[in-house]
Design a protein around this ligand. Structure first.
Ligand SMILES: [Zn+2]
Length: 341
């Protein structure tokens, strides 16, 4: 199934009760962690409206993304705000056009409540609500992301989830922890998987290398260096708290079947650009050709585009005839490629 996740706002959107908390940054991290969790299930393709933390698309294009990529489920992730710092709790909004999504909305809301209630004052779900307004003489969703997401019948479930109030000190504190975001992502993914009967993929056995933590390192900085994510490292190392790593600690970096120079690679299905935020490629590049990886670095340094390690795609190879053709000559993210041989 296809799912679109929409982390609300932009990078510095909506500061919270604690210095350094921005709703737009925290929900970005939560959405990417949820994507990683959902992709552990078979036949699950997850699109995200903000690939880079600085992205801040219009409301219409966020909901429109679900329509465009044919998603069955759309979730816009937020934390709530109020002028009264005592205001608290979890709310789910569903599209007024999708009454049948009420039960999934309740399951998701209850799961968020259960995750947050151990560390906050939250005790129950405020509700699965609708908010409407009259547009062009008809009753429609008040929220632009919901309104734009249900323009296709294919989008059967459309939600906004408010993960507590960032204007409430304890709820802001909860959402400010990476560890809590990982747990929240896992919890929400389990609810979605159970509802849609998704099966877990077999985990790939992975080799690893050992990295010794140096002063100033964070899990994010180590992940960036090795072309992976802090979520993947936290999970692989079973870190109880990803915010807490200490000098001299050994972090295992999983090594999957790495793409090297001279390998034949294929661009993965469903990928539309060479690397995150990069140029889209013509369909024939994916449909008719493999490519030979020509180099993996520049002046001895690994090449990265928007955080992803890249290889330079050289000669193309016709999938049917095996004939070699001219060079594609573009850097491509290793995460977007599959090694053929
Ligand atoms: Zn919001």
């Amino acid at each position: 199934m296809r799912i679109t996740l929409d982390p609300g706002h932009g990078q510095f959107g909506n500061p919270g009760a604690i210095a350094g908390y921005y709703e737009g940054t925290r929900v970005f991290m939560l959405a990417h962690a949820l994507k990683a969790e959902l992709e552990k299930y078979e036949n699950t393709e997850v699109f995200i409206t903000r690939k880079d933390i600085t992205d801040n698309p219009s409301l219409a294009s966020r909901g429109g993304a679900a329509v465009k990529n044919g998603s069955e489920l759309f979730i816009s992730l937020h934390s709530n705000a109020a002028s009264n710092p005592a205001a608290h709790g979890v709310s789910v909004f569903r599209s007024v056009k999708r009454p049948e999504s009420e039960s999934l909305g309740r399951l998701l809301g209850d799961a968020v409540v259960n995750a947050m209630k151990r560390q906050t004052e939250i005790t129950y779900l405020r509700g699965v609500m609708t908010r409407t307004e009259s547009f062009d003489g008809t009753v429609q969703d008040y929220y632009g992301v919901l309104r734009s997401s249900v323009k296709s019948d294919a989008v059967k479930y459309s939600f906004i989830i408010e993960h507590g109030f960032h204007t409430n000190l304890t709820e802001c504190d909860y959402m400010f922890s990476d560890k809590n975001l990982l747990e929240m992502a896992e919890t929400e993914a389990k609810v979605i998987a159970a509802y849609f009967n998704l099966r877990k993929k077999d985990e790939k056995p992975a080799d690893y290398i050992e990295y010794t933590v140096k002063p100033g390192d964070t899990l994010t900085s180590i992940a960036r260096e090795y072309g992976t994510t802090w979520m993947a490292l936290a999970e692989y190392n079973e870190l109880p708290d990803p915010d807490l790593i200490i000098d001299g600690q050994i972090i295992k970096i999983p090594v999957y079947d790495e793409i090297g120079v001279g390998d034949t690679v294929k661009i993965k299905d469903g990928v539309g650009t060479y690397y995150p935020g990069g140029n889209p490629f013509s369909g024939w590049v994916h449909d008719y050709y493999y490519a030979v990886s020509r180099t993996c670095d520049s002046n001895g340094e690994p090449v990265r585009r928007n955080g992803d390690r890249c290889v330079l795609l050289g000669n193309k190879i016709n999938k049917k005839s095996g004939a070699h053709g001219s060079s594609i000559n573009s850097w491509a993210s290793v995460n977007y490629l599959e090694k053929i041989k």
